[in-house]
Ligand binder design. Structure first.
Ligand code: PBG
Length: 329
């Protein structure tokens, strides 16, 4: 009697496929990255990220209300800082009236329940385009973590819910956690970019914020001395476990699709929620292929996000969040 077991029985109709489906995407899964600029009425499309924009604060307010009405509940803020305000130590990052601090307040005023997370790293504020302070041709670790802790306090004072350090300095989660506790911000959370690889997939993001490392003598040309080598797997587990011990509430793996082996491995190792960042280059690749008519945009988008969730992500930072939610039943 061949065969008793036919796996195809569970695939015969859409109804049975729905009934046995293991992974679902919902609006609750998403963290929406938003790019903020100075000005009024500004909504500039980012050249390498079609249909994604830099927004001035008035448009940020509108965007956040729209996101909330669509069922999205969390945003991740990034700012584009004018060159005139950049220096090696990212001094502008600590300005209580800086663009990020005003952006946090704008979102919280417009939509108090929207969860606000902020990128914490020096690169958009750095005249050298690095996540840390440059000295003697290197990125100075401990000088940087001190500034990141102050930056986190400044964001907490403006009302942020979670800070998201994306810099990969050693010990920064502990410095930030201790500083927040000392200042009484016991409920301000930390989503750590724990396993962040030195990836070429961040190119369009650096266009969006004009934050790429500069080409100058005595300034490292890339971020390989702090972001992780993409050949490595064990290092990702170690980085993530250390961040949890130092006080991270949520850990993140970045980029997404090319790193799902790491996501699964970390899912098997740790108990805290895991975020995955489907980064700008992943967005750009699909947009470009779809523009050429080479890939079905919506189908590939859903398949990739499903794969990220199936691998073990609890939270997905994605530029596709709105596109996805519009397609959900
Ligand atoms: C800043 C930061 C980067 C991204 C998130 N935070 C760029 C970088 O590290 O160079 C990349 C996000 C994306 O590509 O979508 N430290």
């Amino acid at each position: 009697m061949y065969p008793l077991i036919r796996n195809r029985r569970l695939r015969t109709s859409e109804s049975i496929r729905r009934l046995v489906r293991e992974t679902l995407i919902t609006p609750d899964d998403f963290l929406v990255p938003l790019f903020v600029v100075e000005g009024k009425g500004v909504k500039e499309e980012i050249a390498s990220m079609p249909n994604y924009y830099r927004l001035s604060l008035d448009n940020l307010e509108k965007e956040v209300k729209e996101l909330w009405n669509m069922g999205l509940c969390a945003v991740l803020l990034f700012v584009k800082v004018p060159d005139s305000l950049k220096d090696n130590k990212g001094t502008e990052a600590l300005n209580a009236d800086g663009l990020m601090q005003r952006a946090i307040k704008t979102v919280k005023n417009a939509c108090p329940e929207m969860l606000v997370m902020t990128d914490v790293a020096l690169d958009p504020y750095s005249s050298y385009g690095h996540d840390g302070v440059v000295g003697d041709g290197q990125i100075l670790n401990d000088e940087t973590t001190e500034i990141l802790a102050e930056m986190s306090i400044s964001h907490a004072q403006a009302g942020v819910d979670f800070v998201a350090p994306s810099d990969m300095m050693d010990g920064r989660i502990l410095s930030i956690r201790e500083a927040l506790e000392d200042e009484g911000f016991i409920n301000t959370g930390i989503m750590s970019y724990s396993a962040k690889y030195a990836s070429a997939f961040y190119g369009p993001f650096r266009d969006a914020l004009d934050s790429a490392p500069v080409d100058l003598k005595n300034v490292p040309k890339d971020k390989k001395t702090y972001q992780m080598d993409f050949s490595n797997r064990f290092e990702a587990i170690r980085e993530t476990q250390m961040d949890i011990e130092e006080g991270a509430d949520i850990v993140m793996i970045k980029p997404g699709i090319a790193y799902l082996d790491i996501v699964r491995e970390i899912r098997n190792e740790v108990e805290v929620p895991i975020a995955v960042y489907q980064v700008s280059g992943e967005y750009a690749m699909l947009k470009a292929a779809a523009e050429k008519g080479w890939l079905d945009h919506d189908a590939v988008m859903m398949e990739q996000l499903l794969a990220i969730k199936r691998a073990g992500a609890n939270i997905i930072a994605s530029y596709f969040a709105k596109d996805v939610v519009r397609l959900l039943p």
